[in-house]
Design a protein around this ligand. Structure first.
Ligand SMILES: [Zn+2]
Length: 368
């Protein structure tokens, strides 16, 4: 009785439960289901403020309501609480915290293996789609190893070193109008058996994905346009990449899709730019979830590398008419949400370092 009185002082629940001799049913701790495929979608510069702004500019609806497994990652790099995209993507691609600007190398500037390289080693199919140049910091960190994100032509060489099955993005100049050497990487990739085409030859909707060859498709010579200026390829490119990889992957596939320009809207402190890029990216997420729900063997993960702009939905905002302020033209250090769905999605609940996203994907796909 004396003990019970003490427990009452702490809390009624504890005392009353001591009277009940039947323990509450335990959740079975079954091992997490293993996916066959992983699709990682990265909204560059996408934090909760961008998601919130896009939601209130879309009748209070967001694609992220479709996810049940939600977490947060700590985005800081090895040398700065405020990361940038190269260090952020290297954390996702290789599981190391590195210095700002590093692409596929650790803080000691040593190459670190990437998810695409590891998936290729396991005979999986791989791909990348971006609404920036394909040599931009985020896709670069999945396939190249250079000391600085500014080494665009060095990054392009990464596409010759790893037999990625499909890549779609801008930046063709870094392949066939090179300044640092005389090489023509479009010719070299073609000689290696790639089907290389571009916006000059055909619309993305006419891209032939029935080929047995690996595919490269360039969407621009330099950086692609913003959505608001007419760029419209990210959704069809993502759908084609998924269909192509699904078709050729008895061992599964890994695909990275980047909504690259949410970040650029943040740097420009342009709310319409941010929201229009968000709405396109959300449609890509929706199409990916639609595929995964049909397929049932695909783990979908969506996150950002960092927030950009210190974006805030301000007092005076109304539904579909928000007032926005920015605190900076650069990035911020706010924690970034992670959304997961499909086999193994539960592993992405909680709060963890950005490098844990690599660890969890590696574990899910049993990569070495
Ligand atoms: Zn940025």
């Amino acid at each position: 009785m004396h003990i019970c009185l003490v427990i009452i002082a702490i809390g009624m629940g504890a005392c009353s439960s001591t009277r009940n001799t039947t323990p509450p049913p335990q959740e079975p701790s079954a091992p997490l289901a293993k996916p066959k495929n992983v699709i990682l979608l990265i909204g560059d510069g996408m934090g909760l403020p961008q998601i919130t702004g896009a939601m209130y500019m879309n009748n209070n609806q967001t694609v992220f309501e479709r996810f049940k497994s939600i977490g947060f990652h700590k985005s800081h790099s090895s040398d700065n609480l405020v990361t940038e995209s190269a260090a952020g993507a290297t954390a996702f691609a290789s599981g190391v915290k590195t210095y700002n600007g590093a692409v596929g190398v650790n803080a000691q500037k040593q190459s670190v293996p990437t998810l695409i390289e590891m998936a290729e080693q396991k005979q999986m199919a791989t791909g990348m789609v971006a609404s920036s140049s394909i040599t931009h910091a985020t896709p670069a960190a999945f396939i190249a190893h250079v000391n600085s994100r500014e080494e665009k032509e060095g990054i392009a060489l990464g596409f010759l070193n790893t037999p990625i099955d499909i890549f779609i993005g801008g930046g063709m100049d870094h392949f066939n109008r090179r300044k640092t050497d005389e090489r023509n990487l479009v010719d070299e990739l073609t000689a290696k058996g790639y089907q290389i085409t571009s916006f000059v030859d055909k619309d993305i909707n006419n891209l032939d994905i029935t080929t047995k060859k690996n595919i490269g498709y360039f969407t621009a010579n330099e950086e692609p346009l913003p959505v608001a200026s007419g760029r419209d390829y990210l959704i069809p490119a993502s759908e084609k990449a998924i269909d192509f990889l699904d078709e050729r992957s008895p061992n599964g596939f890994f695909l990275m899709i980047e909504g690259s320009q949410i970040d650029w809207g943040g740097h420009a402190n342009d709310a319409n730019y941010v929201v229009s890029e968000m709405h396109e990216f959300e449609k890509v997420v929706a199409a990916t979830l639609d595929f995964a729900e049909r397929d049932k063997t695909t783990l979908v993960i969506v996150t950002g590398d960092h927030e950009t702009g210190g974006f805030a939905v301000q007092p005076g905002s109304k539904l579909n008419d928000i007032k926005v302020a920015f605190t900076t033209k650069s990035h911020t250090a706010i924690m970034i949400p992670v959304f997961a769905d499909g086999p193994g999605a539960e592993a992405f609940r909680g709060i963890y370092e950005n490098t844990a996203i690599f660890d969890k994907i590696k574990e899910a796909l049993e990569l070495k």
